[in-house]
Design a protein around this ligand. Structure first.
Ligand code: GTQ
Length: 346
């Protein structure tokens, strides 16, 4: 249905009620309730080589301590000024130089880290420290204290994913700083992975936390799982071999607001057209290839980061064995009954 024509009498009426903060629905209905998702977000790819050079430059301009977090925000070209990579999610690339500390704070926003380059820096979350290795998927639950540090001799770069725009939309943001740069370490390293990440749970544990108690999913384990599974040659036409990170207490997504995924595309594999309502941020861990998003094609290599807006068709092609990490707001949409996908008819 097209919008109602504007007559002088109608215009005069709109102007009159406008002063009372009233608007006629019939002039906006077709733009607020669309027949299918119409995102302002655009498909886009950031080359890690370019981001890395700018981050090193930022490293000479400001310390991690002064910046609190030395991050370059990946702003979707269709959402400039909103600190958003998709309508609901934030992404940035964070750099911690050798000897630096990003001071302890906590906030309502949940965060994930996916390590892009560098080895042996650490993050401390809720009193437990974990070393960060390339490909590790690390969680900072809502309201947990966290600080990052780098005792290694190389810079570390990681991709941050947060539910910042979603929390802003709900006006539910709280944030506090710890009294010193680093929180005390109160648990041994590896404790949560041993306790919750070995297909075991403490026998009398009754709590079912919204966020996974495992906060570092090491890439070595993830990669080995993918390598073993590929031997069955059971590949999904749309996804290759795609797994989701889970909360072992509940089987739900590891973070309540952000779904995180890892997928293997074997050399030469081309996926079937697929689209879904969860706009998705992807980063390449291994391999080279290209992804067609809507009618645009992006060539990728390791550490590049790209974004697929809601309801845009996706086709991946891997030139070599490729591993892609991704995240989206899928858990939110599933919980609200809004998640939709379209396999092959996109
Ligand atoms: O590391 O705590 O990219 O608080 C944005 C906000 C990272 C962090 C970001 C943050 C952090």
């Amino acid at each position: 249905m097209s919008e109602a024509v504007e007559t002088p009498a109608r215009r005069a009426f709109y102007d009159k009620i406008d002063k009372q903060n009233l608007t006629p629905l019939w002039t906006v209905l077709s733009s607020i309730i669309t027949p299918e998702p119409k995102s302002a977000a655009q498909p886009y790819l950031w080359r890690f080589d370019e981001i890395r050079d700018y981050m090193i430059e930022a490293g000479g301009l400001i310390t991690a301590k002064e910046a609190e977090r030395r991050v370059l925000v990946l702003e979707n070209p269709g959402l400039r000024g909103k600190s958003s990579i998709t309508t609901s999610l934030y992404a940035g690339v964070q750099l911690v130089l050798p000897g630096e500390v990003a001071p302890a704070h906590r906030h309502s926003q949940s965060a994930l880290r996916f390590v892009l380059q560098g080895e042996g820096a650490h993050t401390t979350v809720g009193g437990e420290r974990t070393k960060m290795h390339v490909g590790d998927f690390i969680i900072t639950p809502s309201q947990s204290w966290h600080d990052h540090g780098n005792d290694s001799d190389k810079p570390i770069f990681w991709l941050d994913g947060l539910d910042v725009p979603l929390v802003s939309m709900l006006d539910a943001s709280f944030m506090e700083h710890w009294t010193s740069d680093e929180q005390p370490v109160s648990r041994p390293e590896g404790d949560s992975l041993a306790r919750y990440g070995a297909n075991l749970l403490p026998v009398d544990q009754k709590t079912r936390n919204l966020t996974s108690p495992v906060f570092n999913y090491p890439y070595a384990r993830t990669r080995e799982a993918l390598e073993t599974m590929r031997r069955s040659h059971e590949f999904d036409p749309c996804h290759g071999l795609k797994m989701r990170y889970t909360n072992p207490e509940t089987g739900e997504h590891a973070i309540p607001t952000i779904g995180a995924f890892i997928q293997l595309l074997p050399k030469g594999f081309a996926t079937s057209r697929y689209r879904s309502t969860d706009a998705t941020v992807m980063t390449v861990v291994e391999g080279t290839g290209r992804t067609k998003i809507g009618d645009r094609t992006f060539e990728w290599k390791p550490q590049d980061i790209f974004v697929v807006p809601s309801w845009h068709s996706v086709v991946h092609e891997a030139d070599e064995d490729a591993v892609i990490f991704s995240f989206s707001d899928r858990p939110v949409q599933e919980k609200l009954g809004l998640y939709r996908e379209d396999r092959g008819n996109a």
